[in-house]
Write a protein that binds this ligand. Sequence first.
Ligand SMILES: [Zn+2]
Length: 57
Amino acid sequence: MRKRKPKLVTQYKCDHCGTTTSSFVTTHKYQHFCRIQTPGFPADKDCMADYFGTKYI
Ligand SMILES: [Zn+2]
């Protein structure tokens, strides 16, 4: 989904897949990973889990 008017949205480049996203999680090592999830549903995309394996799920 794209927003027409750019607002001040914090975006980071995913350390796993390289996508720049505003839907991300940050680790304690200041790494950023995409995490796209609708509450109540499994994550659509969870690069942190992919990066570290499945131990964070
Ligand atoms: Zn990613």
